[in-house]
Design a protein around this ligand. Structure first.
Ligand code: NI
Length: 179
């Protein structure tokens, strides 16, 4: 379908909560999902929320295949997740660097629970339910935050751990981390 412009931090829609999807399997929902994947892939991102393209519905897409350049990183299945709910399974916190297509070229250290169960629907209304950990768990929490109008810089506790990638790291981080 089409690659849509990604809203950047400062745009008021990124701070608003999205509405639950009421009807599945509609042409407009399928078109939205297709645009989200096209936009995510064009930007080399690992995930994208509908709010990031200014559509205020509770729809996120994420996932990537195993990448030969980054063999240590496990693949995350290509997923559409609608009206998601997250249950934290381990409420200790783990820190890792995050990036966001709406906060380009920057990274911040964010603490999140490392293990979650998430549940939601695909575009046909089928149930999607998984227990995940590590980067997969972080990615889903980051995307679901977008649906509540939360950007990762709001979750940084030590603002000294926030900045431009090029200043923070000797080696550029994985492009596909951004979501
Ligand atoms: Ni993001």
């Amino acid at each position: 379908m089409s690659v849509r412009p990604v809203l950047r931090i400062g745009h008021p829609l990124l701070l608003q909560a999205a509405q639950a999807v009421a009807q599945f399997s509609t042409p407009s929902l399928h078109a939205l999902v297709e645009d989200l994947f096209d936009t995510m892939q064009a930007a080399d991102g690992a995930g994208l929320a509908a709010t990031q393209i200014g559509v205020m519905q509770r729809v996120v897409v994420f996932g990537f295949e195993h990448n030969a350049r980054y063999p240590d990183r496990d693949a995350v299945p290509i997923t559409v997740l609608i009206n998601p709910e997250i249950q934290v399974l381990d409420d200790t916190l783990e820190e890792d660097w995050e990036g966001c297509l709406s906060v380009p070229d920057m990274r911040g250290l964010v603490a999140r629970p490392p293990r979650i169960r998430y549940r939601g629907f695909d575009a046909e209304g089928g149930i999607v339910e998984r227990e995940v950990e590590g980067f997969h768990a972080r990615l889903v929490q980051h995307e679901c935050d977008h649906l509540d109008g939360i950007l990762y810089p709001q979750r940084i506790t030590d603002m000294r751990q926030f900045g431009f990638e090029e200043e923070l790291f000797d080696e550029p981080p994985e492009a596909e981390d951004a979501c």
